[in-house]
Design a protein around this ligand. Structure first.
Ligand SMILES: [Fe+2]
Length: 219
């Protein structure tokens, strides 16, 4: 199986419009600069058959949310909170972006080589953070494949972060964030966005879906 996969142009404009309308109809979580909709039932209906064409295996979508944000994200892992984990793949679905002088090559989702097998987390070495759904991790001893270097590519592209946050992380894949495409990557992989404000992006709307594998006989 693959670690990451970018599926180009798999969503029609009609499906994208339907997903955006679904987001707006149930948008209920307002934080500063961010809006969420955690009701993903319609999205699951619409997208499961499409994702199945690109993601083999027996899996279910057991989490996710729409997100609209004006700020790039931190290093994090969407590993859920289940005690017994059946982490399968993250599915990131870009829906819309608002930009001036757009430079697509600077609007990326970076998947690192580092793994995390505990509760969903932000990785914020060198900072003091506030736990949200994700807990804050400052000590990277539990991070899989952590290195003793700091990668130049991450430093250059994640100017929104304290450089110390990035210590030990390395890039596995840098995927362009483009509406119509779908990104897949292993759910235990820590990931981050570039500082896409440098790409001219002012705001973006996307959908994240989290999948878990089904063990034979478990469901
Ligand atoms: Fe994520």
């Amino acid at each position: 199986m693959f670690d990451t996969k970018l599926c180009k142009s798999v969503l029609s404009p009609t499906i994208i419009q339907e997903l955006i309308a679904d987001f707006e109809s149930g948008c209920d979580h307002h934080l500063v600069g961010r809006r969420f909709n955690v009701n993903i039932e319609r999205a699951k209906e619409l997208l499961t058959p499409i994702i199945k064409e690109h993601l083999p295996g027996d899996w279910v979508i057991d989490g996710g949310n729409y997100f609209e944000t004006v700020r790039p994200y931190r290093l994090h892992c969407d590993s859920g909170k289940d005690e017994v984990k059946r982490l399968y793949y993250n599915v990131v679905i870009p829906l819309q972006l608002w930009a001036t002088d757009y430079k697509p090559e600077l609007n990326k989702l970076i998947v690192t080589n580092q793994t995390w097998n505990y509760d969903a987390a932000f990785f914020i070495k060198g900072d003091v953070g506030q736990n949200e759904y994700n807990v804050c991790v400052q000590n990277y001893a539990g991070v899989g494949n952590i290195t003793d270097t700091t990668e130049q590519y991450l430093l250059e592209n994640c100017g929104h972060l304290n450089p110390q946050n990035l210590e030990g992380f390395t890039t596995k894949a840098s995927l362009e964030w483009c509406p119509g495409d779908i990104m897949l990557f292993r759910r235990d992989l820590v990931h981050v966005t570039t500082d896409w404000r440098k790409a001219g992006v002012e705001r973006k709307l996307g959908l994240s879906l989290f999948t878990s594998y089904i063990e034979p006989g478990s469901v």
